[in-house]
Design a protein around this ligand. Structure first.
Ligand code: SF4
Length: 348
C-alpha cells in the first residue's frame, strides 16, 4: 500500500478501500501507519470549554445549540485568569498543548482580544495553543495567530451532499472558507467529522475525500462517533456498526498518511476491544479526561489501564516523526484536567 501524500482521491477509490475484506483493509492501513509513526505511540490531548452552550447554530448532533432542549446551560466566556489556571494545571500534569473551545457560530470581533489574551497567556506558559471558535474571518485568523495560536479546529462534519441534512444555518463552503483563512494565516489545522449520523458509506467516503483533497491534509483528523443526546434531532439515529467505524479510521489513515487520526467524541461508549481495533487501524490520537466538551469521556484510569494492556504509550512531548506538522507538533497532553466542556462536533 503506497503511503504517498495525495490530494486527488476519487470517491470510487476510497469506496473500494471501504469495501475490502476487513483484515485486508486493516493490514493496508497498519502498513501506512508504520511508514510514518510508531504504532505503539498515541498522542493524548485535552480540551477546555471556555464558553459553553447557547449557540445559535442548528447542528443536528449538538447539545450546545440553544434551540434544542438538552439541559446544557449556557455560560459566558471564561475569564482569562481562570483559563490560565486550568492551563497551569494542564502543564503541571504534563501538557504540551492546550485546546480552548467556544460554542459560537463565529466570534465577534470584540471577543477576539479576550481570546487573544487567553492564547497569549497559555503560550507564555510554554504550551502549544489550539482553539475552536467557529467560523473565522481572515482578520480574526491573523489576530489569533499573532496572539500565539498554533492550531485551529474546524470540522467539515460530513460529506458535502449530506451536510444540509444535518445543518441548515451554514453552508459547506463556509467551512472551507474558514479553513482557507486559517491556512492562509499560517495556522495548523485540525479538521475531521462525525459518523453515525445516518449517512451512507459513500457519504463517509465523501467526507474523507473532502478532507484528503484539501490543499493541505489537516494536521489532526478527529473522527467522531455520534453521541446521541436526547433533545437533538439526531437522537434515535440507527447506531453505526462498530466495524464500519473501524473501516472509517483505516481509510482515513490510508488517505492521510501523515495526519494524526484522532478518536474523539463517542469514545466513551466504545469497548476496549473496539478502541484496540481502531489503534490497529491507524488511530494515533485520543482525548484524555473525564469530559470531552459536554459529553462524557472515558475516565483517566480506564485509559491508563487500556494503554498498559495494549502496550501503548503517550506520544512524547517532542515528536520526531515525519508527519509533516512541524517540530513538536506531536506534543502530548497528559492533562487530566477535565473542566466541563462542550462536545461540539466541531471540537475534537
Ligand atoms: S457544533 Fe458548534 S457550531 Fe454547531 S451548534 Fe454546536 S457549538 Fe454551535
Amino acid at each position: 500500500m503506497s503511503s504517498e501524500i495525495r490530494h486527488d482521491w476519487s470517491r470510487e477509490e476510497l469506496l473500494a478501500l471501504f469495501d475490502l475484506p476487513f483484515p485486508e483493509l486493516l493490514f493496508r492501513a497498519a502498513a501506512v501507519h508504520r511508514a510514518h509513526f510508531d504504532p505503539a505511540q498515541v498522542q493524548v490531548s485535552t480540551l477546555l470549554s471556555v464558553k459553553t452552550g447557547g449557540c445559535p447554530e442548528d447542528c443536528g448532533y449538538c447539545p450546545q445549540a440553544q434551540r434544542y432542549q438538552t439541559g446544557v446551560d449556557a455560560t459566558k466566556l471564561m475569564d482569562a485568569a481562570d483559563v490560565l489556571e486550568k492551563a497551569r494545571q494542564a502543564k503541571a500534569a504534563g501538557a504540551s498543548r492546550f485546546c480552548m473551545g467556544a460554542a459560537w457560530r463565529s466570534p465577534k470581533d470584540r471577543d477576539i482580544p479576550k481570546v487573544a489574551e487567553m492564547i497569549a497567556g497559555v503560550k507564555a506558559l510554554g504550551l502549544e495553543t489550539c482553539a475552536t471558535l467557529g467560523m473565522l474571518s481572515p482578520g480574526q485568523a491573523h489576530a489569533l495567530r499573532d496572539a500565539g495560536l498554533d492550531y485551529y479546529n474546524h470540522n467539515l462534519d460530513t460529506a458535502p451532499e449530506f451536510y444540509g441534512d444535518v445543518i441548515q444555518t451554514r453552508q459547506y463552503q463556509d467551512r472551507l472558507d474558514t479553513l482557507e483563512h486559517v491556512r492562509d494565516a499560517g495556522l495548523k489545522t485540525c479538521c475531521g467529522g462525525i459518523v453515525g449520523m445516518g449517512e451512507t458509506r459513500e457519504q463517509r467516503a465523501g467526507l474523507l475525500q473532502a478532507l484528503a483533497n484539501l490543499p493541505a491534509h489537516p494536521d489532526s483528523v478527529p473522527i467522531n462517533r455520534l453521541v446521541q443526546v436526547a433533545g437533538t434531532p439526531l437522537a434515535g439515529t440507527a447506531e453505526l456498526d462498530p466495524f464500519e467505524f473501524v473501516r472509517m479510521i483505516a481509510v482515513a489513515r490510508i488517505a492521510m498518511p501523515r495526519s494524526m487520526v484522532r478518536l474523539s467524541a463517542g469514545r466513551e461508549a466504545m469497548s476496549d476491544e473496539l478502541q484496540a481495533l481502531c489503534f490497529t487501524a491507524g488511530a494515533n490520537s485520543i482525548f484524555y479526561g473525564e469530559k470531552l466538551l459536554t459529553t462524557g469521556n472515558p475516565d483517566v484510569a480506564r485509559d491508563q489501564a487500556l494503554f498498559a494492556r495494549l502496550g501503548l504509550q503517550p506520544m512524547p512531548l517532542q515528536c520526531d516523526h515525519d508527519h509533516g506538522i512541524g517540530s513538536g507538533a506531536g506534543g502530548t497532553v497528559h492533562a487530566d484536567i477535565t473542566a466541563p466542556a462542550p462536545a461540539c462536533g466541531r471540537a475534537a
